[in-house]
Design a protein around this ligand. Structure first.
Ligand code: SAM
Ligand code: SF4
Length: 428
């Protein structure tokens, strides 16, 4: 979501006459779009500000801090080492060019962290950084207040974008050549259209599916609690909707889940996994897990390992619990799992997951898979990479003109994090 917000900011600034530069020392304006979901990304802001102050002590660029840390810290950021000129919160992003302008004319509104209910963004403004995939926000903010999570405080309450606007943006992205659409929202499957009666997430999938030029549809993040029968049926019957569901579980222990205020249990989560796999046997599942949540005992963590073993996820993002300002957990629960123990738990979870992935991937060798070639390979820059519908990365030798093409490949080799394949033919 932050990457996509940066694409929007970039578009707004280019519309106001700014050009991007790859030379930091050249920039007249530096925008640092920030994340505060854990402490580590938040710290990166302060490192970046330190670098700007050290490298350009005499000829400072205008420095704007935008996004979640801006929202959280507000005008306190102006005082940090006297480097920051503008602070623009998550709901005021579209005001950035005007605020830069005002600053130059010395009419200074230097901080805007006000809530704005309007979720419209000028259509077509995003300067998308990816030629193949396009992110499209459908919901802003969140009302769930999971006890560990800062998002409801930094991104505000849940606001739905009109379906008419979403579809126009997707149409424009498809016309520009983006073949894969990523629908974004904190609880993406909670979507209901403010401008079309009874249009829920399942109907939105159907509407996106009908948009000419779109070949693949993905979305993140859905919440297990909001996976409906209609949504499962839409995923099952719409061929462009990828066979991958990111289903954040956070913990396998019911007592930890209750302290997290997640409102799902180990058992009803496993039931849901069973229903999904019954409907779509080839569905890949991924998840988010937090280890070392306040009070997490060795037995509670064992429940998480058990759930991971039972579900056998295709991939997983795991995080050590990081206390966040304003959250219920920070007010009521002590961050009492020692740092070394958090590390021990995350290492054992990741080891387990790596072995599961190795095994899942090994079974793919020899098979034919359809992939959308979407990037240069990470390790070998002369190779390309694509993703299967299940979201597994496949590296292959192919010429750069193949970027953006849907092709069949034969899987020849596998590792824990990706597959290797040889090109067979293009899918029409
Ligand atoms: N809306 C999504 C959901 O409900 O699952 C998650 C959004 S959150 C921005 C992304 C992930 O960051 C979460 O699923 C969680 O695993 C992790 N996360 C959020 N707050 C965290 C914290 N305080 N410490 C560690 N990880 C955290
Ligand atoms: Fe955060 Fe929970 Fe909302 Fe996800 S659902 S954004 S974890 S409060």
């Amino acid at each position: 979501m932050n990457v996509h917000d940066s694409e929007r900011l970039s578009g707004l600034l280019q519309q106001s006459g700014y050009e991007p530069t790859t030379q930091a020392d050249d920039a007249d304006l530096v925008v640092i779009n920030t994340c505060s979901v854990r402490e580590r990304p938040e710290e990166r802001l302060y490192t970046e500000l330190g670098i700007i102050a050290a490298n350009r002590p005499h000829q400072r660029p205008v420095v704007a801090v935008t996004g979640c840390v801006a929202q959280q810290e507000g005008k306190a950021l102006l005082e940090r080492g006297n480097v920051v000129d503008l602070v623009v919160g998550t709901q005021a992003l579209s005001r950035l060019p005007e605020m830069v302008d005002n600053l130059q004319r010395k009419q200074s509104t230097r901080v805007d962290i006000n809530p704005y209910d309007n979720v419209s963004f000028p259509l077509g403004i995003a300067r998308r950084s990816d030629p193949v995939k396009a992110s499209v926000t459908i919901i802003e903010g969140c009302n769930d207040f999971c006890s560990f999570c800062v998002v409801p405080y930094t991104r505000g309450h849940e606001r739905m974008r009109p379906v008419s606007e979403i579809l126009k943006e997707i149409s424009m992205a498809a016309q520009e050549g983006h073949r894969e659409i990523h629908l974004l929202g904190q609880i993406v499957n909670h979507y209901t259209a403010p401008d079309r009666p009874k249009c829920d997430f399942a109907e939105l999938l159907e509407l996106v599916h009908e948009t000419p030029g779109v070949d693949r549809i993905r979305f993140s993040s859905p919440h297990p609690r909001h996976v409906t029968g209609r949504m499962i049926e839409a995923m099952r019957t719409l061929p462009k909707v990828c066979r991958h569901l990111h289903l954040p579980v956070q913990s396998g222990s019911n007592t930890v889940l209750a302290r997290m205020r997640r409102r799902h249990t180990h058992e009803n989560y496993l039931n849901l996994v069973e229903r999904l796999r019954e409907a779509m046997p080839d569905l890949a599942l991924s998840t988010d897990i937090i280890v070392g949540f306040p009070g997490e005992t060795a037995e509670e963590f064992e429940e998480t390992l058990k759930l991971a073993r039972d579900v056998r996820y295709n991939s997983m993002f795991s995080f050590k619990y990081s206390e966040r300002p304003n959250t219920l957990a920070s007010k009521r629960l002590k961050d009492d799992v020692p740092s070394l123990e958090k590390t021990r738990r995350i290492v054992s979870l990741q080891e387990l997951q790596k072995n599961i992935q190795k095994e899942i991937h090994r079974r793919q060798t020899g098979k034919v898979a359809e992939i959308l070639i979407d990037a240069k390979s990470r390790k070998r820059h002369w190779e390309l990479a694509g993703r299967t519908s299940q979201n597994t990365v496949v590296n292959l030798e192919a010429s750069v003109e193949m970027l953006g093409r849907l092709v069949n490949v034969r899987i020849t080799d596998s590792g824990p994090f990706s597959l290797r394949g040889t090109l067979l033919d293009e899918v029409n």
